[in-house]
Design a protein around this ligand. Sequence first.
Ligand code: G3I
Length: 385
Amino acid sequence: MKHSTLLLSIILSLLALPSSAQVKPAEPTLKEAFAGQFLVGVAVSHSFIERNNTPCLNLICEQFNAVSPEDVMKPETIHPAPSVWNFGKGDAYCKFASDHGLKALGHTLMWHNQTPDFFWLNEDGSVRTKEQMQATLVEYVEKTVTHFAGKVYAWDVVNEFISEEGGYRNDKGWEKYYPGNLDELVCLAFETAHRCAPNAELYYNDYNMWRQTKVDGVVRLVKMLQSKGIRIDGVGIQAHWGLNYPSTHDIETTIDRLHALGVKVMITEFDIDMLPFSKEGQMTGKAMYDPALQRDEFMRYLNPYADELPASVDQEVADRYEQIMRTIWGRRDKIARVTFWGLHDGVSWKNNYPIPNRKNYPLIFDRKLQKKKAFHQIISIPTKN
Ligand code: G3I
């Protein structure tokens, strides 16, 4: 080859290479973007593990460094009947986490929901005595926490015990044994958990934690445990939020108030319900399950994106995610973990709550596991500041 031809071909091949200005830097993963600030977690649907759903499991490992078991470590799964104990699904979750270096949470020991009636009722329907109920509860916490000791790093010990007004809730099970004041029960659960797994971190977890009257009750509960020298390491703010609530001011106030207690503060069940009637937690209750609401005339209004999500609404969800994550980022020195409640829109509990059979879009990956606008906007927060 002549010199001039060689030179020409070198110049041409150099021109064909993208210049450094043209190369788009690879987008970080969630765990990379927030590394050194807080853990980024996701609730794992057990079906991913059971059916070896490789795309979903790979996405979890790629993006997150912490996991929560969405349902399989609740009493109805582990101890569905007096003589039945099922640790298998929880073990599979722990193995998945440890095989991939993910921090595994235990969720949740004491909750009014997904707990079998035999905790409170005899076979003939009569109410069990306080001693019987306590014995069942202590046995449950002892066996479960001992079984998973060293496999989970932390437990949501008590879940959703405080009412919107700040007292204890009074809606199922426990309260008849401790009228008006469940301190004794809360202490029993935390003490028993600590005795069985002295190295595990122990948390209180609740929803509607932007409502300051509710935070009053949680602050009181934490101080009560602390004053008795009972271990409590953190409080989980569930964060099942909507497009127009809560205010960022309320979120900041809650983070500040909880952090002032000297415990870890975590966003534990983050999703943004973008459908009509997106009330957090139990506010809308069973009335929304009325079969009449499944009729066409209601569903047209209540389930407006049954076919697809308009780009403008996807953008609205993304902007809301960005607004909330910016608020959290602004308080990052006070936040230990942010966990999304589900991997992708298709597996979110929000497709069936508070109204069943709808198509919701509350997460940051879509049904095809693609990153949504919300993902891209969240991930750019650390570098935009
Ligand atoms: O176990 C049955 C199964 O046998 C049956 O085939 C299937 C058919 O629908 O239902 C299964 O039960 C479901 C259960 O999850 C276990 O998968 C229930 O229908 C379903 O309502 C239940 O929902 C869970 C919900 O807690 C129950 O309150 C959601 O998946 C779970 O995301 C949600 O998580 C809670 C947190 O633990 C605590 N904070 C609130 C959050 C949302 O409610």
